[in-house]
Design a protein around this ligand. Structure first.
Ligand code: OGA
Ligand code: NI
Length: 334
């Protein structure tokens, strides 16, 4: 239980092992650039136009927010509140799920879950959520309505992911189903990130700069700010918009599009006002799938910059390199 950050009370000072050296800490944001917001229904649902907006956003920022996405708002609220209740359970009850075993379908961990020199200001409930029937037995029994919410959420997420992947493929001029099958075939895993209020946010980070490894990540972030992306060497806030869902590209999207779309580096900062909860769902290729730049996106003028490889090999290297894009891609560059 000492392993968990949040033990039911707010800290008055930052424990020493959470204090980052000055160069790694958050700095004041200068830029006010807004991240694109895409209306998924749009003007009479002009698919081409929506696909184009998604393409432009992905090229420039590697992240966008979607509204009118079709996921019921009550379900989003219920997921946020039921998982929040999970983090309000007594620390011993949450600690019963604690594990460092990366292969457990459901586990609680803190910081990054590996032995960090300086810890990050977050606890995480990690759950494999889809296919539902494979994993529902492992989901926490408490709060009592958690299982039913996660089940409905997982099904909605899967539907949304299919729609978004199709629009991305269309925007790239690829066949609509390009990302279906193996390329998005790993079971869907969600991280419920809980960032307790932090007495001195200037010293800490909720999550370090990283790029998600897979194709896309779908993020609910409630109403509390904290997500930032790195854009042209500047940190930009992705502030919450009511009922919107954040979509960001992972590193495989950058590799499959031969660098056309950007896997975005991002991080989470802390605040001293209120807890922040976010739910990230990671769309990843199945471990045995073959990854390579899409043939339709390479030509003489734009030759492939990556070799083809098995996703399992990339992933092992990603874990070793703690989510650093350059280091993770190095062995796979041509
Ligand atoms: C993640 C992540 C951001 C957030 O879980 O990979 O980047 O806002 N989360 O919590
Ligand atoms: Ni991330």
């Amino acid at each position: 239980m000492e392993k968990l950050l949040y033990r039911g009370f707010n800290y008055e000072t930052v424990p020493e092992n959470y204090v980052f050296p000055p160069e790694a800490r958050q700095k004041k944001l200068e830029s006010k650039t807004n991240i694109p917001v895409i209306d998924m229904v749009g003007d009479g649902f002009d698919r081409k136009e929506i696909a184009k907006q998604i393409f432009e956003a992905g090229k420039e920022f590697g992240v966008f927010q979607i509204v009118n996405h079709g996921v019921p708002l009550e379900l989003m609220k219920e997921m946020m509140s039921v998982t929040r209740e999970f983090f309000e359970l007594p620390a011993e009850e949450r600690a019963a799920y604690y594990s460092d075993d990366l292969y457990k379908p459901v586990r609680v961990f803190t910081s990054t879950g590996v032995h960090d020199i300086v810890r990050f200001w977050r606890d995480c409930l990690r759950m494999a959520v889809h296919p539902v029937e494979d994993f529902k037995q492992y989901w926490p029994h408490k709060p009592t309505n958690l299982k039913s919410a996660v089940e409905r959420y997982a099904v909605e997420m899967k539907g949304l992911i299919v729609r978004v992947l199709e629009l991305i493929a269309e925007g790239l001029g690829l066949e609509v189903g390009y990302f279906h099958g193996d390329l998005s075939g790993e079971p869907l895993v969600s991280h419920v990130n809980f960032y307790p209020p932090c007495p001195d946010p200037s010293l800490t980070l909720g999550l370090a700069k990283h790029c998600d490894p897979g194709l896309i990540t779908i993020l609910l972030q409630g109403e509390v700010s904290g997500l930032q992306i790195l854009h042209n060497d500047e940190w930009l806030a992705v502030d919450p918009i009511p009922n919107a869902i954040v979509v960001n590209y992972g590193h495989q999207m950058e590799i499959i599009t031969n660098g056309l779309l950007k896997g975005v580096d991002h991080r989470a900062i802390t605040n001293n006002q209120q807890p922040r909860l976010s739910i990230a769902s990671f769309v990843q290729p199945s471990k045995e799938s073959l990854i390579a730049p899409a043939p339709a996106l390479i030509n003489e003028k734009n030759p492939a910059i990556y070799k083809s490889y098995i996703f399992r090999d990339y992933f092992a290297n990603y874990v070793t390199n703690l989510g650093d894009k350059e280091k993770s891609a190095k062995p796979f560059l041509l």
